[in-house]
Design a protein around this ligand. Structure first.
Ligand SMILES: *Cc1c(COP(=O)(O)O)cnc(C)c1O
Length: 242
C-alpha cells in the first residue's frame, strides 16, 4: 500500500521541519513563535494525520473539499485550514468544519462562507489569496484588486479577515522566491497603510521547498506537506482508497 509509514517516520520529519523553522528564525532574528506550522495532509489517510497529531501538531491543511470535510469531521479536536480552490457548491462543509480558509479570491465565495458559518462557532478566519507573480493559469486575485476585496470581506459578519496568502510558481532560485514573498509582504503593508481598520496580521506563504525564503521575508504561516508526510502519489486520497 502507498504511504503506509511508521508513525515514527512522521514524527521524525515533523521534528526536522520544526528544527529548520527554528534555525531559520534564529538566523534572521525572528522569534520562532511568530511562525506557525500548518501540516498539509491532502491525499494522506487519516492514520497519517493521527500520527502527526500524536507528535503534538494541531493545525492541518486540506485542498479538496470532500476529503477535507471527511477528515475534519473525524478529528474535530484539530484545527482545520482550507487552502485549495473553492467551488461555490462546496462552501457549506468548509464553513461548518474548518476554522481557517486561506484561499478566498472572490467575494461570492466569501459571502457564501459567511452566510453558512454556524453562528455558534467563532468567525471563520480567512485570508485573501493573491496571484503575486502574475502566473496566468493560477487562482488568486490580482494585487490591484486585493484592497477592495479585503474591504468587502471585512464587512461580512461571520468572517474575520486575517491577511494574505500566495502560492508563487515553484522555483529553486532563492532570489526569485524571496522577491515573490517580499511582494506579498509589501502588499500586506500597503493595504494596512491604505485602511488601518483592516489590521492584517497574517502572511500565509512558504511550502516544503521554499519555507526558508518565506521566513526571511516575514511569513506567519508556512504550509508544509511533503516535508512532513513524504511524497504525494495522488492515488491515496480517502475517496480513491475505498
Ligand atoms: C500542497 C500544498 C502545500 C504543501 O506543499 P508541499 O510542497 O508538499 O509542502 C502548501 N500549500 C498549498 C496551497 C498546497 O496546495
Amino acid at each position: 500500500m502507498t504511504n503506509a509509514q511508521e508513525p515514527t517516520a512522521y514524527a521524525q520529519r515533523l521534528a526536522a521541519v520544526r528544527e529548520m523553522i527554528a534555525a531559520t528564525c534564529k538566523a534572521c532574528g525572528r522569534d520562532p513563535s511568530s511562525v506557525s506550522l500548518l501540516a498539509v495532509s491532502k491525499t494522506f489517510p487519516i492514520a497519517a494525520v493521527d500520527a502527526v497529531a500524536a507528535a503534538d501538531q494541531r493545525a492541518f491543511g486540506e485542498n479538496y473539499a470532500q476529503e477535507g470535510v471527511e477528515k475534519a469531521t473525524t478529528r474535530p479536536d484539530l484545527a482545520w485550514h482550507f487552502i485549495g480552490p473553492i467551488q461555490s457548491n462546496k462552501t457549506r462543509g468548509i464553513a461548518e468544519r474548518f476554522s481557517w480558509v486561506h484561499s478566498i479570491d472572490r467575494l461570492k465565495i466569501a459571502e457564501r462562507l459567511s452566510a453558512q458559518r454556524p453562528v455558534n462557532l467563532p468567525p471563520l478566519q480567512v485570508c485573501v489569496q493573491v496571484n503575486i507573480d502574475g502566473e496566468a493559469t493560477k487562482s488568486g486575485c490580482a494585487p490591484s484588486e486585493a484592497l477592495a476585496l479585503c474591504q468587502a470581506i471585512a464587512a461580512l459578519p461571520q468572517l474575520q479577515l486575517r491577511g494574505l496568502m500566495a502560492i508563487p510558481e515553484p522555483t529553486s532560485d532563492t532570489s526569485t522566491q524571496r522577491r515573490n514573498f517580499a511582494a506579498l509582504r509589501i502588499l500586506r503593508d500597503t493595504i494596512n497603510d491604505a485602511d488601518a481598520s483592516l489590521n492584517l496580521d497574517t502572511l500565509s506563504m512558504g511550502m516544503s521547498d521554499d519555507l526558508e525564503s518565506a521566513i526571511i521575508e516575514g511569513t506567519t504561516i508556512v504550509r508544509v506537506g511533503s516535508a512532513i508526510f513524504g511524497p504525494r502519489t495522488y492515488t491515496n486520497t480517502s475517496a480513491t482508497e475505498l
